[in-house]
Write a protein that binds this ligand. Structure first.
Ligand SMILES: [Cu+2]
Length: 253
């Protein structure tokens, strides 16, 4: 009896949570982030309704008590097949819906900003190509933290003379930005919760990641891969600026 009431209370609490829909996530600032939040909400509603329904049935069966007149039910193969395939269709359908977001392939659209991201133990650097729009050559042998060359810019390459290296990531609001991720030492992970994006950065690879910030503001960039003793200190800022201010900042550097 009391367990029946307990199941009923759990169903009621679930229904309340679905009805109120508390804001569980931080602000979303990327169109993909909105899509993933919608996907999460759809999954929550579908599974929530099933959860509530199952608990109501359980509560009803317990509160009604056993029916002495009836024979104990036999397990039915047809029912087994029905609910196993219904569950399979549901989960495959939800994961197919969710995988659409991951299928986006970064393509360099005309006018797209390209910014290089350099991760190392335990800091971030961001490189802009400067007024010529061309990134200069880099080589690990030129890396010098004390000499102000954390990414190893080749001093002999004229294309690199106007390259700009910043400790914060500034991006223009409303424009697609192609980040190209590099690691100098171990595996790191670029994570901005407002973008709903986590991307591993693997040494020796150039990994493209397309982002778009639709709201001006400052958002934390954290490393989401345990990368050594200073891992917890490895963070920076994503600063989304209105495009005129962004262009002005680039000119001023
Ligand atoms: Cu790291």
């Amino acid at each position: 009896m009391s367990s029946g009431l307990l199941f009923f209370a759990v169903a009621l609490a679930g229904a309340l949570l679905l009805a109120i829909r508390p804001a569980w996530f931080p602000l979303a600032i990327d169109p993909a982030a909105h899509a993933w939040d919608r996907e999460f909400a759809t999954t929550l509603i579908v599974t929530g309704i099933i959860f509530i329904g199952a608990h109501l049935v359980l509560a009803y069966v317990i509160l009604r008590g056993p029916r002495k007149s009836r024979k104990p039910p036999n397990s039915s193969l047809r029912l087994e097949i029905l609910w196993t395939s219904a569950t399979a269709v549901l989960f495959l359908g939800l994961s197919a819906l969710g995988s659409r977001g991951w299928a986006r392939v970064p393509e360099k659209a005309p006018g797209e900003e390209r910014i290089e991201v350099y991760a190392r133990q335990f800091a971030w650097n961001f490189r802009y190509p400067g007024p010529d729009g061309i990134f200069g050559r880099t080589d690990n042998k030129f890396i010098s933290d004390s000499g102000g060359n954390p990414i190893g810019l080749d001093p002999a390459d004229p294309d690199g003379r106007d390259d700009m290296v910043s400790a914060t990531l500034r991006v223009p609001v409303g424009r697609n930005v192609l980040l190209v991720l590099h690691s100098r030492d171990v595996i790191h992970d670029f994570f901005v919760r407002e973008l709903r994006t986590k991307q591993d950065i693997v040494p020796g690879m150039e990994i493209p990641l397309e982002i778009r910030a639709d709201r001006p503001g400052q958002y934390e960039i954290a490393c989401a891969e345990l990368c050594g003793l200073g891992h917890s200190q490895m963070h920076s800022l994503l600063i989304a600026m209105p495009p005129p201010e962004y262009e002005q900042w680039k000119r001023a550097h």
